[in-house]
Design a protein around this ligand. Structure first.
Ligand SMILES: C[S@@+](CC[C@H](N)C(=O)[O-])C[C@H]1O[C@@H](n2cnc3c(N)ncnc32)[C@H](O)[C@@H]1O
Length: 194
């Protein structure tokens, strides 16, 4: 396996992500009453520390190997339900209180993914988008980390372009209202409401 694996343990940085997401969700209801959809689950990092806080926790990723690893990381009592799929055609027939993109939005075809998200979001639902800051020094993927033997400048430039385009899209899309945005650690975030 050469793909990047994200730490699913409750490290300090994961605890910060968890607390940030839970605080945002509590603006609408107790999280135990909320249905959440995670777009682009990777190997299941967020579900490992969030799933059992919610009424339901559905997630998907286009990468079959990631979905398999994410499923394997779940405890028997986990509420998470994971399938293979893409944001441009959401593989669940359900509406959600919260849609979470954790570092995955810049990978998508924004326009198509956005209309899918809007169709799967309940009235007054939230979309939480976390994105990497383009000036991160140490990326999870060494290909993007200057000084690493695998470093590839073209891939870093491409990644920065995707991140900037995603940011522009989020800030001008007319469908959802941005109710909060800012940054913590190496993360930029947007919280949007229907
Ligand atoms: C940087 S990883 C983040 C994984 C996970 N959300 C986390 O924070 O640990 C981005 C994920 O987005 C997924 N992805 C790429 N294109 C996608 C698409 N069109 N729809 C949904 N997810 C996508 C990738 O396969 C990858 O697992």
């Amino acid at each position: 396996m050469t793909k990047v694996l994200f730490n699913t343990g409750l490290s300090e940085s994961n605890a910060k992500k968890r607390d940030f997401i839970l605080t945002a969700c509590k603006k609408i209801k107790l999280t135990k009453d909320l249905d959440l959809l995670e777009v682009g689950i990777g190997n299941g990092r967020c579900g490992s520390f969030l799933a059992n806080k919610f009424k339901s926790y559905d997630g998907f990723d286009p990468d079959e190997e990631y979905v398999e690893l994410a499923k394997r990381s779940l405890s028997q009592s986990s509420k998470a339900k994971y399938v293979v799929g893409v944001a441009e055609s959401i593989p669940f027939d359900k509406k959600y209180d919260v849609v979470l993109f954790a570092y995955s939005f810049h990978f998508t075809k924004f326009g198509k993914a956005w209309s899918e998200v809007i169709n799967h979001l309940k009235d007054k639902g939230l979309v939480i988008v976390l994105e990497p800051d383009e000036f991160i020094k140490k990326w999870a993927d060494p290909v993007l980390t200057e000084g690493a033997p695998e470093f590839d400048q073209k891939k870093l430039d491409l990644k920065k372009g995707q991140i900037r385009s995603a940011k522009q899209f989020l800030e001008i899309q007319p469908e959802l209202k941005i109710i909060d945005s800012g940054s913590f650690d190496d993360t930029n975030y947007w919280i949007l409401r229907k």
